[in-house]
Design a protein around this ligand. Structure first.
Ligand SMILES: Cc1cc2nc3c(=O)[nH]c(=O)nc-3n(C[C@H](O)[C@H](O)[C@H](O)COP(=O)(O)OP(=O)(O)OC[C@H]3O[C@@H](n4cnc5c(N)ncnc54)[C@H](O)[C@@H]3O)c2cc1C
Length: 218
């Protein structure tokens, strides 16, 4: 499927968001990803990006860690007016289990993409299962899209400036308290490999069943 870029925003020094439009609604399950590539490029140059908007729309948003040399993120950022990407069919099993009774979403950096797709879907479908979100980045200047998160979300900086009055520390430091309050929650974790590994280890050590731990490693 060909996706045409219709909007781009510089969110931080290394994160950008893009809105693309397709001819047909893009059917996927919130949390899934596609393989994107430049039109006509070899398959080995396709890169995975999670949808960061709700399913079944002709418009789809992606959140990309910007690498000017990146085959996809660099191309998506080009200033030309007409930029298109070729998309695979939706892939992946990082999707919400409708049988959950409580949910915790844990994201760092652009790992927020599928979590936003979850949240927009939950809002659109008026799903009443409670959820708590924790989002971590390093500095204030790395923050983006916090306005898309419910106001009670936990937003933490691992290396804040002295002016920061919010939560401090890596997301992993907040897991014990979240565990204590959400004994029966399902966990959805997305971000860099070290964070996902550390959070999973903490959850498994607390006897959380593997079936209740969903994760996507970027
Ligand atoms: C299921 C899944 C979903 C994902 N969803 C997203 C998403 O929504 N948003 C997002 O930002 N990322 C996401 N990622 C990660 C993303 O697919 C990769 O980071 C991808 O490589 C980005 O492509 P690119 O076009 O930016 O750069 P690439 O073309 O992959 O790389 C460009 C250049 O940078 C070099 N390079 C790349 N990575 C590194 C590195 N770690 N260290 C040193 N050099 C490097 C390469 O060698 C190359 O020269 C996802 C990954 C997975 C597995």
């Amino acid at each position: 499927m060909i996706l045409k870029r219709i909007d781009s925003k510089i969110l931080t020094h290394d994160v950008r968001s893009y809105v693309f439009v397709a001819e047909e609604p893009l059917h996927f399950i919130a949390g899934q990803f596609v393989q994107l590539k430049q039109p006509g490029a070899e398959q080995k140059l396709a890169r995975a990006f999670s949808m960061a908007s709700k399913p079944n729309q002709t418009e789809v948003t992606f959140l990309m860690k910007h690498n000017p040399e990146g085959h996809v993120s660099g191309y998506a950022a080009l200033p030309q007016e007409h930029i298109s990407l070729e998309s695979s069919a939706p892939l992946g099993r990082f999707t919400l289990d409708p049988n959950d009774s409580d949910r915790i979403f844990v994201a760092t950096g652009t790992g927020l993409a599928p979590i936003i797709s979850f949240i927009e879907t939950i809002e659109a479908e008026k799903i009443s299962i409670p959820f708590t979100t924790i989002f971590g980045v390093r500095h204030e200047s790395d923050l983006f899209w916090t306005e898309k998160l419910p106001s009670e979300s936990l937003i933490t900086l691992s290396q804040p400036s002295e002016n920061w009055s919010g939560l401090q520390g890596r997301v992993t430091e907040f897991i014990p308290a979240l565990l204590a309050e959400h004994l029966h929650a399902a966990w959805y974790i997305c971000g860099n490999p070290e964070m996902v590994k550390s959070v999973r280890e903490l959850l498994l050590a607390a006897q959380i069943k593997p079936a209740a731990i969903h994760f996507e490693i970027y």
